[in-house]
Design a protein around this ligand. Structure first.
Ligand SMILES: CC(C)(COP(=O)(O)OP(=O)(O)OC[C@H]1O[C@@H](n2cnc3c(N)ncnc32)[C@H](O)[C@@H]1OP(=O)(O)O)[C@@H](O)C(=O)NCCC(=O)NCCS
Length: 203
């Protein structure tokens, strides 16, 4: 019976690409959208809008790679990969990563996908290990760390998760480049499609 037919709709899949320095504003917008408690989980302290502005403005893109997760052109998640020195100049020993996902799209694997890709970014730049720091009540982040073979130790009230990395391979490098390319292409297509929408005429 045609009337009884209900199309199966699934939420649109995210795509991933790195943010450029001129996209600080989008990153800040994402951080501002986090609730008070999410900001505490992300930054380990109650964090005001001004502190978020300071954080976004202070990012040194030579030492930090910001990976964005997008759904239909909207930045819904971010993975921040920080190195001690610019990885282009000095091979990094370790990196630190921190992830956040907009509450509306949680529980769909975006946090795990961002973390996995952030590990690959660190691996492709020669890092041997990655650190993540999560508060004891941050169950989702601890699950993500464990699922990526992270060793969790409780240290001064915080779970320090260390993930050992193996050497980068041609496949991991191609994977990063390919996904970035797809992400850029999808972002461009969203821009073009949106700007080509016919104007809405009102009588
Ligand atoms: C942590 C965070 C990034 C996870 O994002 P997400 O997109 O929901 O993550 P995923 O969908 O990949 O889920 C990760 C795991 O947590 C589980 N999970 C999700 N929400 C949960 C909840 N409220 N309670 C318990 N487990 C939860 C998922 O089932 C999944 O476990 P599984 O792989 O065993 O199924 C997100 O909650 C967030 O942004 N929190 C605020 C900022 C923050 O804590 N950042 C981390 C700082 S290091």
């Amino acid at each position: 019976m045609l009337d009884a037919y209900v199309p199966r709709t699934s939420p649109p899949a995210p795509y991933f690409r790195k943010l450029r320095p001129f996209e600080r504003g989008a990153y800040l917008g994402h951080l501002r959208g986090l609730s008070v408690d999410d900001r505490r989980l992300r930054f380990h302290a109650i964090t005001s809008d001004e502190q978020l502005e300071h954080h976004a403005a202070g990012i040194d893109f030579a030492c930090t790679i910001i990976l964005g997760a997008f759904v239909e052109g909207v930045l819904v998640g971010v993975g921040e990969v920080s190195f001690m020195h610019p990885p282009r100049e000095t091979r990094p020993e370790e990196a630190e990563i921190a992830v956040s996902v907009a509450s509306a799209v949680r529980g769909r694997g975006i946090g795990g996908a961002l973390t996995g890709r952030a590990l690959r970014i660190a691996r492709n730049r020669g890092a041997r290990a990655v650190w993540m720091f999560c508060l004891p009540d941050n169950t989702p982040m601890q699950k993500i760390a464990r699922s990526l073979d992270g060793q969790l130790t409780l240290h001064q009230g915080t779970f320090d998760a260390r993930m050992e990395l193996t050497r980068a391979t041609t496949l991991t490098r191609i994977g990063e480049t390919f996904e970035d390319g797809v992400g850029v292409a999808r972002s461009v297509s969203v821009l073009v499609f949106t700007s080509c929408q016919p104007p809405v005429l009102t009588p």
